[in-house]
Design a protein around this ligand. Structure first.
Ligand code: IMP
Ligand code: MG
Length: 177
């Protein structure tokens, strides 16, 4: 059956919230540089907007982590597939994530990065599905708390599709209310 995306958060709502998050982060970290570490691929669009909303001097880095296959649920197995190119020792680090679901990915990544002795280590996520949490994660900056629905767009995919949508949408089966 065909899947149709239905708008859940508009591009305008997202932009407004991301600017607020950028303001808060700029206030909390007046001294740079902040290393913004985006988790590939889902966080790429959020990173692009958040980095422009942060006034503190920042640097942009990427890390690749696999935990999901092509389905909608975590495989529970997490590993680094593309590591950072730089040392983060002694620097402020902000992990930039699209969505926190089970918390498995971020629990793993926080442990990996903590061992590299950053000056500070925090998480900014655009979306949070607290109902789905299996591992407790301390998330400093949350854009929107959302119910347990599978969402796509603004970087988020379903089997690599829909990342380029400007809105965040819930996928429904055609004909379903
Ligand atoms: P966690 O380890 O279960 O917290 O998984 C987080 C990752 O799962 C996110 O970075 C996303 O890549 C993916 N994910 C979780 N929920 C969704 C969703 O609703 N849509 C798209 N991807 C999701
Ligand atoms: Mg992801």
């Amino acid at each position: 059956m065909a899947l149709v995306p239905r708008v859940f958060l508009t591009a305008d709502q997202i932009q407004k919230r991301v600017r607020e998050m950028g303001d808060q982060i700029s206030t909390d970290f007046p001294q740079g540089p902040i290393y913004l570490i985006a988790i590939l691929k889902g966080a790429f669009m959020f990173l692009a907007d958040l980095s422009r909303a942060i006034r503190t001097p920042s640097r942009v880095e990427f890390i690749g982590i696999s935990s999901y296959g092509r389905g909608k649920t975590t495989s529970g197995q997490v590993k680094v597939t593309k590591d950072l190119d730089v040392s983060i020792e002694g620097h402020h680090v902000l992990i930039v994530e699209d969505i926190v679901d089970s918390g498995v990915t971020l629990t793993y990544l926080m442990n990996v990065l903590k061992q590299r002795r950053p000056k500070s280590l925090n998480i900014a996520t655009l979306l949070d599905k607290p109902e789905r949490r299996l591992r407790p994660v301390d998330v400093a900056y949350v854009g929107f708390k959302i119910p347990d629905e599978f969402v796509v767009g603004y970087g988020l995919d379903f089997a690599e599709d829909y990342r380029n949508l400007g809105d965040i949408c819930v996928l429904h089966e055609e004909g379903q209310k």
